[in-house]
Unconditional design. Structure first.
Length: 206
């Protein structure tokens, strides 16, 4: 792909670094920006820079936030005693879109995957264990992707919480094994949350 402008080429290359964006899509986006009013483009750029510089992670659940505690954790109308454990921020967004869950979250930041060099110490597991034991948590819902790595992470955390009197459940297998919650339709995901199962039943079914 030949460019008559080095500035245009540089912009296309930057957009192409985004996941799922090829060179042709990147070019369309850059050309669209060229057609926009200069003030709108400047506002777009400033918003991206401000987001990257000022965004925070909740000190309680590790979700993205504008302050030290996110809006979900600080919302007293939500059932803070029920914690949904997810792998990443994408799953929080996916579950929230179903409007079927009114509890709190805990973002692990990944799953245990020895082949990828990811162990429990690289994840937000200790903060979860401490949170469950220190707060009046009644139920822990695992909403991890149904993969071997997800199952391993559930098993590890369950062992860490051995003796804890609360309820430990996982979303129902409406999500196919090997699938990703992020791409599940809202109805399937909503039913999986509503019809969640005890972890023991889930493990015996796999």
């Amino acid at each position: 792909m030949q460019f008559s402008s080095a500035l245009l080429e540089s912009a296309v290359n930057e957009f192409a670094k985004l996941p799922g964006i090829g060179k042709k899509t990147a070019l369309r986006l850059v050309l669209h920006l060229l057609r926009m009013e200069e003030g709108n483009v400047q506002g777009f750029g400033e918003t991206m820079i401000r987001m990257r510089q000022e965004i925070k992670f909740c000190q309680r659940c590790h979700n993205v936030s504008d302050s030290d505690i996110c809006s979900i954790c600080s919302n007293l109308s939500r059932k803070q005693e029920i914690i949904c454990v997810v792998e990443s921020l994408r799953e929080v967004i996916a579950i929230e879109s179903t409007q079927q869950f009114n509890g709190a979250y805990h973002v692990l930041g990944g799953v245990i995957s020895p082949l990828d060099g990811i162990g429990p110490e690289q994840l937000n597991i200790e903060t979860l264990v401490n949170r469950v034991r220190q707060e009046q948590t009644q139920e822990l819902i695992f909403a991890l992707n149904p993969t071997i790595q997800g199952d391993t992470t559930i098993y590890y955390i369950q062992k860490k919480l051995q003796g804890w009197p609360g309820r430990i459940t996982t979303i129902a297998r409406g999500i196919a094994f090997g699938g990703e919650l992020e791409y599940a339709d809202e109805m399937t995901l909503a039913r999986s949350i509503t019809n969640r199962l005890p972890v023991e039943s889930y493990r015996s079914a796999t």
